[in-house]
Write a protein that binds this ligand. Sequence first.
Ligand SMILES: [Zn+2]
Length: 151
Amino acid sequence: MEHKGGCHCGNIRVRLRLAGRPADSVLRACGCAFCRAHATRTVADPQGLFEAWAADWSLVERYRFGTRTADYLICRRCGVYVAAICETASGLRAVVNVNSLDDRAAFTRAPEAMDYDGETPSARLARRAERWMPARLHDHPEAGGGGGLAG
Ligand SMILES: [Zn+2]
């Protein structure tokens, strides 16, 4: 299934392809201070695809913290956190904040509480390479293989 979403002001738009139904999607709630502050619920399907477009990428903060191995994509204008991306051995991978999707309410499973404290940076990258989903970032809303997110 395909899901659309993005930040509040519309600068960042995302499209997410998941193999399963949203009600069956495993959600995770990371226990780090950043994710707790956002009450983040994340989803990632290694068989799926995450794509993001920005009308203005200069308004997209790539926030890094901790091991500084992932970019947390946050709109500088409206403050919404949409996804984290990470360059891994499997290529660019992402985990998506379900709360930034238009159909966030369809993701009904209780998130599993995760605690990644104590994970080494190499273990972290290996986990993301396996569990996070393939990701593509596009320059403009109309780019990326025809039609962008219209309709
Ligand atoms: Zn925004």
